[in-house]
Design a protein around this ligand. Structure first.
Ligand code: G6P
Length: 587
């Protein structure tokens, strides 16, 4: 992933770049760096760790510079692998993956060139040095033509002071034009400010930022005229507002976020297109994939439309069959996940109608889709998705109802309207999970069990726990446990069972028994009071009753809270878990 920024103007570049990088930290935070050009030389500061470690760079002089916050792909997250990478006349920051890096590096080595990092990105600076013949754009175009993979790059060249050259392929890049100053960034919030017009680079395009202004070029080098993109200034990084972490604040916002889903106007616009839909294919990654699994049940139960859910990285390389009248739904909080974009493009290319379900109105996914529905969760900062998941569920459930209506099926409309109020109750009841934390601290692993929709909630609860507490954890279909995983259960194992469907509850409880018999500590998240007090159970969260089909939107609340409390009890930063990033723009 990584985030890149560039600045050319009358202010000192370093503090502007530093502020921009802080807003891009959601893209990666294992190391960071800034290079500025001044009096024919580069001044570079690079640090392992968070952007805040770059505090010392802020005193650098120079009005033109580039910066980077890294999520390591090639090379360990240490200072010498941090960007910018400098080689002779060039300084480069890069977001993406250069897949033929190995061959190019060998070529450079054969010419006697030495490398100072293990990154794929450093090779770009070497190629630029080889390709430069007094024309920065020409050199960047030539170098780009030799790269296989994805990149958004910003380049400084000592022979061309006060110029930033940019290139983009399969990684996002925007340019900002303000009063006497120019910006570049991986994402709009890093450069959004009153009076700044923002232009998006398209696939394969280049740009030059010079004191006279920004110029854009197509892959063949011909000039391109661009219109500024619309963006919302409120998309700026929000505050914690008294909460200890963004994750805590974002969980607290869930009832309000859910209430917004009642007013999704775009659903009405989509309705006429739903009548002809004969099957649904959902593609997504991570938490959004779990939303898809929950939605499948609702699409099939309410509309009786066959629905497949595939992890986007598998779909894109799986030669998928897309029959006529397929609605493809790409679910993505960010709208920028590389695998989801590629899967969505493939589905559309094979004839599907493409619907984007996303939290970001002006994203690559919305640009690609035939229709878009917005989850209206507000900006989500914590890497572990919480409120965006609940918002995706509500929207997808409403879509399932709309699809059912379009198909002439009878539904008990109105059940979803109660969810926001029930979510308030569920959040209150869920506070009890704080008491469960000691049982998780001494554990080697945890398990989450459920059947039907409860299984989907279990998967998400388990993902939350592992990503922010680093405790190994598995979400399991209750009936599948005995086919292998039960071997892992012992007296140290906490097992969380989700139980919201009376028709399946006794069957799920069989699996609970099987773990209890092996000494597991059993915890319950349930809407069924008759199970809450069972002897086998250490502690239960009793949720308000709701339609089991929609229950994950409530039952996940205590599971999110559990992950949060275990994370902080283990001394972790739940907002920025190790090795992860909020927006995954590489494969
Ligand atoms: C990353 C995030 C996850 C998220 C996934 C998909 O892995 O850490 O929280 O679920 O990407 O992101 P998307 O923006 O496509 O929903």
């Amino acid at each position: 992933m990584c985030g890149i920024v560039g600045y050319l103007g009358n202010r000192n570049a370093a503090p502007v770049l530093f502020e921009g990088l802080k807003k891009l930290e959601y893209r990666g935070y294992d190391s960071a760096g800034i290079a500025v050009m001044e009096r024919g030389a580069f001044s570079v500061v690079r640090r392992a760790g968070r952007v805040s470690e770059l505090g010392g760079a802020v005193s650098l002089g120079g009005k033109c510079g580039i910066g980077h916050t890294r999520w390591a792909t090639h090379g360990a997250p240490v200072e010498r692998n941090a960007h910018p990478h400098c080689y002779k006349r060039f300084a480069v920051v890069h977001n993406g993956i250069i897949e033929n890096e190995h061959l190019l590096r060998e070529e450079c080595r054969a010419r006697g060139e030495a490398f100072s990092s293990d990154t794929d990105s450093e090779v770009i600076a070497h190629l630029l040095e080889q390709d430069y013949e007094g024309d920065l754009l020409g050199a960047l175009r030539k170098t780009a033509s030799r790269l296989v993979g994805s990149y958004a790059v910003a380049v400084l060249c000592l022979d061309e002071p006060d110029v930033i050259a940019l290139a983009r392929r399969a990684s996002p890049l925007v340019v900002g034009v303000g009063e006497g100053e120019l910006f570049a960034a991986s994402d709009v919030p890093a450069i959004a400010a009153a009076g700044v017009r923002v232009y998006a680079l398209e696939e394969g395009e280049f740009a030059l930022l010079r004191r006279e202004g920004a110029s854009f070029y197509a892959a063949d080098g011909s000039p391109v005229r661009k219109e500024p993109v619309a963006y919302d200034l409120e998309d700026d990084v929000p505050e914690k507002k008294g909460y200890r972490h963004f994750m805590e604040k974002e969980m607290a916002e869930i009832p309000l976020v859910l209430s917004r889903s009642a007013s999704v106007g775009e659903l009405a616009a989509l309705a006429p297109s739903l009548c002809g839909v004969e099957r649904v294919q959902i593609v997504a990654c991570g938490t959004a994939y779990h939303s898809g699994l929950c939605a499948k049940r609702a699409f099939e139960a309410l509309a009786r439309v066959p629905t497949e859910v595939t992890v986007a990285s598998e779909y894109r390389y799986g030669d998928p069959i897309v029959p006529p009248h397929t609605l493809a739904i790409a679910v993505s909080q960010s709208g920028e996940t590389a695998d989801t974009l590629a899967a969505a493009e493939l589905a559309r290319g094979r004839g599907a109608l493409l619907l984007a379900v996303t939290n970001v109105r002006y994203s690559s996914l919305t640009a690609l889709a035939d229709f878009s529905l917005f989850t209206q969760a507000g900006r989500e900062i914590a890497v572990a998705a919480t409120k965006s998941f609940n918002a995706q569920l509500m929207l997808l459930y409403r879509l399932a109802e709309a699809l059912a209506e379009a198909k002439g099926k009878k539904i008990h409309a109105g059940a979803l309207d109660f969810i926001p109020r029930l979510a308030e109750e569920a959040a209150r009841a869920g506070g009890k999970v704080r008491g469960w934390v000691p049982h998780f601290l001494g554990a080697r692993a945890a398990f989450f069990l459920g059947r039907g929709a409860d299984y989907c909630a279990a998967l998400e609860g388990s993902l939350k726990l592992k990503e922010i507490s680093y405790l190994p954890s598995e979400g399991y279909a209750a009936g599948e446990l005995k086919h292998g995983t039960l071997a892992l259960v012992d007296r140290t194992t906490p097992v969380v069972a989700v139980l919201t469907d009376r028709a399946l509850a006794e069957k799920t409880f069989n699996a609970v028994h099987e773990t209890y018999a092996r000494g597991a500590k059993v915890f319950l998240v349930t809407t069924l009071p008759e199970y809450a007090e069972r002897d086998e159970v250490v502690s239960s969260v009793l949720l308000p009753e709701c339609d089991p089909l929609f229950s994950p939107v409530l039952s996940v609340l205590p599971l999110q809270a559990l992950a949060y409390y275990v994370s902080i009890a283990r001394g972790n930063d739940p907002d920025k878990p190790r090795n992860l990033a909020k927006s995954v723009t590489v494969e």
